[in-house]
Design a protein around this ligand. Structure first.
Ligand SMILES: Cc1ncc(COP(=O)(O)O)c(C=O)c1O
Length: 399
């Protein structure tokens, strides 16, 4: 490997929510001595980002003026090139708008297109951020459960989606592709089938594609807007280099929109109110990410993540009886189902999670994602740390 995915870089004292959170009441409880904390909860990575990003930011930071600035042609061209990797052609600057975070962008679109009390369709299990945002905005989530098929692959239930759209007169959907937390990479056919329903029931779609850079080897990201002309016009797609390149602290998201009305209205609530502005260092970070070196780094990262996922799936099968994992096709998150373990041992999820946290395995409770027996585990760490976490789970928790 050309890039370093094995050194553990200490994050203590560097403002990292993932490691400082527990001490101030965010996330998992701090471990008991002698265990150290292994951050496997919040969705960021314990890997240094691509050198091209650090170089871009550093070069810009050495020019010590940070006044008002214009989004550069390089920035837009980097996005055009990156989107072309997904087969997106003909993008113009006018199709792209800055968003202060993908979740913030989804929230803006919801406020634009729905009324207080309105129901919004999304799938469960669901990313906790969507649930929290809907609650804050006074909208209601209408959950269509994903179902595992005979091979353990999560699938959309189109009949259930249609029934809910119809019965509740729903006109807005959040579509997460690739899907957090299941890690499904929807195929073109699956996306087209969902979008046909959204067309039939006239839904505006917020397509959250934040995980599209972390599609694992053997899978391909299909942009929601690419499945039909109708999908292109009824969807706003949200992207960011933040997940793939570990840039969440830089807030460097953007949306792609083709529908002129939606575009103008998004501009009104975003740019024209001045609360939602691109940051000059984030802009340079995006250029560094969406470069040939960024692409090469990402390629290696995806192999590293696949290795960690393969390792944990194999380990859990052998050593953590009563757990089941649907192998993710993207992200670095696994969702471990512990129903059989809890039923066999009579242990509650609260007890199980507390036992994991006590030995420093800082994973996340799956219940707020609507999975009653789920543990969400972030595997974006050097493999030695993942192995240590699994050893603790085997020897200290699943006994
Ligand atoms: C599906 C999904 N959307 C949005 C976000 C948050 O994105 P941002 O930090 O850009 O608001 C996350 C973070 O984990 C996510 O998983």
């Amino acid at each position: 490997m050309k890039y370093d995915f094995t050194t553990l870089i200490p994050r203590e004292g560097k403002d990292a929510l993932a490691v400082e959170g527990p001490a101030v009441g965010f996330g998992p409880k701090a471990p008991e001595p002698p265990y150290d904390f292994i951050p496997m909860w919040v969705a960021d990575m314990n890997f240094p980002t691509a050198p091209s990003i650090v170089r871009e930011i550093t070069e810009r930071a050495q020019h010590p003026l940070f006044g008002y600035f214009l989004a550069s042609q390089d920035y837009y061209e980097a996005i055009f090139r990156w989107q072309a990797r997904h087969g997106v052609k003909g993008l113009t600057k006018g199709n792209i708008g800055y968003q202060n975070g993908v979740l913030g962008g989804v929230a803006s679109l919801i406020r634009l297109c729905t009324q207080s009390g309105e129901k919004i369709l999304m799938h469960s299990p669901a990313y906790i951020g969507f649930t929290e945002v809907l609650k804050s905005l006074g909208r209601e989530a209408e959950l269509s459960p994903l179902k595992k098929d005979a091979q353990g692959v999560w699938r959309m239930d189109l009949e259930d989606m249609e029934r809910r759209l119809k019965e509740n007169r729903i006109h807005f959907a959040i579509f997460c592709s690739p899907h957090n937390p299941t890690g499904r990479v929807w195929t073109r056919e699956e996306i087209a089938a969902a979008m046909a329903l959204f067309e039939k029931y006239d839904c505006t779609v917020a397509s959250d594609e934040i995980w599209s850079d972390l599609v694992l080897p053997g899978h391909v990201h299909v942009p929601t807007q690419s499945v039909s002309e109708d999908a292109k016009m009824r969807t706003v797609a949200f992207y960011s280099p933040s997940k793939g390149f570990n840039l969440s602290g830089l807030w460097s998201s953007y949306h792609i929109v083709y529908n002129k009305t939606l575009r103008d209205r998004l501009r009104l609530v975003g740019e024209n109110t001045h609360y939602n502005n691109l940051n000059v260092l984030s802009m340079h970070a995006t250029v560094g990410a969406y470069s040939s070196e960024g692409a090469a780094w990402l390629e290696e990262l995806r192999q590293v993540l696949q290795e960690n996922i393969d390792y944990v799936c194999g380990f859990a099968k052998e050593n953590l009886p009563g757990t089941a994992i649907s192998r993710p096709e993207s992200t670095y998150l696994i969702f471990m189902d512990c129903r059989a373990y809890c039923e066999r041992t009579g242990r509650s999820m609260d007890e199980l999670i507390a036992a994991c946290w006590r030995v420093g395995v800082g994973l996340q409770d799956g219940r707020p994602f609507f999975e009653p027996y789920g543990l969400r585990i972030n595997l974006a760490l050097p493999k030695a740390r993942v192995e240590e976490a699994m050893r603790r789970l085997k020897e200290e928790v699943f006994v």
